[in-house]
Design a protein around this ligand. Sequence first.
Ligand code: MG
Ligand code: ZN
Length: 183
Amino acid sequence: MKDKRYSIFLDRDGVINKEINYLSNPDDFVLLEGVIDALKILKEKGYLLIVITNQAGIARGYFSEARLNQIHKKMNLILKKNKIFLDDIFFCPHHPMFTGICECRKPNPGMIIKAKEKYNIDLKKSYIVGDTLNDIKAGKNAGCKTVLVLTGHGIKEKKKLNEIKPDYIYKNLLEFAENIKFK
Ligand SMILES: [Mg+2]
Ligand SMILES: [Zn+2]
């Protein structure tokens, strides 16, 4: 059997880029402070870098999948200029009100499970990093370690922690990358 790999599952909005409600214009894609350094550290530790993002704006008709691809092209270009390459991006284009229930929309673990099968990932030794409780729930549903960051919606979401607790809370992605005790 092939060796298992480890992954950092990254929520996009509010973790990598500035949270904007239904970001639909590549010009509005702004990287958060410290993300480049954080991703470099995580890559050097040998983790896969996999973005998993809910994009219900597609189901709502706010923007097309082609638009989303343009945004991701811009993200990849910025990262590439800094010699960082994401291993994959999974997105959920659905919304239960418009397209029915799906397996992929966080807090469901569908995107993580798909990535696990594609890359032979050991989920128990992998992390999900997100700024909302839905990210944390998705991680718990998949059996990952969970990290809430206080960028994006993080501070507001932290106040709701009585119902669900992340394994770690960090100020931002860089603080996570610098402080986590790996494996
Ligand atoms: Mg988010
Ligand atoms: Zn979905």
